[in-house]
Ligand binder design. Structure first.
Ligand SMILES: [Zn+2]
Length: 127
């Protein structure tokens, strides 16, 4: 994984908690989130980092108001950042309408094509 946090503790957190939990477009965002949290005195305890309803969720053990304010700020930024590539994105329902995803126009097109291909393959299966 590339280095997204400036702090060795932050780098270890990125590798343990972030890789595979969310799309790579959010890695830089999470690196900054972790750095800001550590600067604010956060103890580095994480319960979970994940994507939910197309937004970044970071669950931590304990934090001050300032720490939760930082988490809220990055949650808000995530719904405007493509989860796949990191470009400006929009939080919208995916093709097919099943779940919310934050993607840029280009990544949303790719996802739409992928989904159509998958639907066609399913429809053409014989048994
Ligand atoms: Zn994108």
């Amino acid at each position: 994984m590339d280095v997204y946090s400036q702090n060795p503790t932050g780098q270890a957190i990125m590798e343990k908690w972030v890789e595979g939990s969310v799309g790579p477009g959010w890695y830089p965002l999470i690196g900054k989130l972790i750095d800001e949290l550590l600067c604010a005195g956060w103890d580095g305890q994480i319960t979970q980092i994940k994507e939910k309803f197309g937004s970044l969720r970071a669950y931590i053990g304990y934090g001050s108001d300032e720490i939760y304010h930082i988490i809220d700020k990055y949650h808000a930024l995530s719904v405007h950042t493509c989860e796949d590539c990191g470009k400006p994105g929009r939080n919208k329902t995916s093709p097919g309408g099943y779940w919310l995803h934050t993607l840029c126009a280009s990544c949303r097109r790719k996802e739409t094509i992928k989904r159509k291909r998958w639907m066609n393959e399913r429809a053409n299966r014989c048994c």
